[in-house]
Design a protein around this ligand. Sequence first.
Ligand SMILES: NC(=O)c1ccc[n+]([C@@H]2O[C@H](COP(=O)([O-])OP(=O)(O)OC[C@H]3O[C@@H](n4cnc5c(N)ncnc54)[C@H](O)[C@@H]3O)[C@@H](O)[C@H]2O)c1
Length: 255
Amino acid sequence: MSLQNKVAIVTGGNSGIGQAIVLELARQGAAVVIDYVVHPEATEALEQQIGKLGARAIGVEADISKVADLQRLVDAAVSRFGRLDIMVNNAGIETRTSVLDTTEDQYDRVMEVNLKSAFFGTQIAAAQMMKQGGGGRVINITSVHEDWPMPGNTAYCLAKGGMRMLTRTAGVELAPHGILVVGVGPGAVATPINLSTMNDPAKLKRLDAAIPLGRMARPEEIASVVSFLAGEGASYLTATTIFADGGIMQGSVGL
Ligand SMILES: NC(=O)c1ccc[n+]([C@@H]2O[C@H](COP(=O)([O-])OP(=O)(O)OC[C@H]3O[C@@H](n4cnc5c(N)ncnc54)[C@H](O)[C@@H]3O)[C@@H](O)[C@H]2O)c1
């Protein structure tokens, strides 16, 4: 168990990729604060599942688009488990709207939930890590769309592109404190955020055909990368993004 005695927060931790990250960090021995905004019953089930693994977890309801709620998450980690070693900024939303039809409210919400939360999540986690000493890890779940345009999802791409520069800049700023900041950029992952594609066989076939590995990722295949980045084996990685995308960004249209 590579993360024994470590304490982690995972935002948006009771579904999809976040849930898989929570479980994998707990399997590796970390105590985990599971942030959520909906489905308390899913959080409770996850807490119980983790208890059966012999690990520790608590669910905390917090809207990570609000700085005060992010602070409450860090306070919960410290009061319940004594410290914070790993901050996973995972929560995210998308609107699937183009630059032509995105409303001001949609734009603001996508920016708040994806980018503002990661910025202040990094800031508040880093403050705690510096206070306790010994460094720490901030892991931002970005996307291939931190770099790769997705027409029809413009605000999301902007937010993920912002997370790319947050990861790089905060990684450089926080390096002297031993706080490593890394992004994980998934390709297409089979989670609730992609239900419309997963429920449309023709669309799913087109997507699978565009991915060199021929299929969407399972959430566990992203969680294993996060777990590696949280551990000792990733001690020289910072200010960069690891893409776990089945090769989709390098894919080419066959002739
Ligand atoms: N599934 C994919 O194909 C894919 C690809 C690349 C990146 N991502 C990123 O992975 C992350 C997780 O997405 P997912 O695929 O697991 O989808 P998901 O919808 O299951 O997870 C998103 C989570 O964020 C939570 N959330 C939303 N608003 C919140 C708020 N204000 N406060 C706290 N939590 C909030 C949701 O409740 C949910 O639990 C997102 O950042 C997403 O952009 C997903």
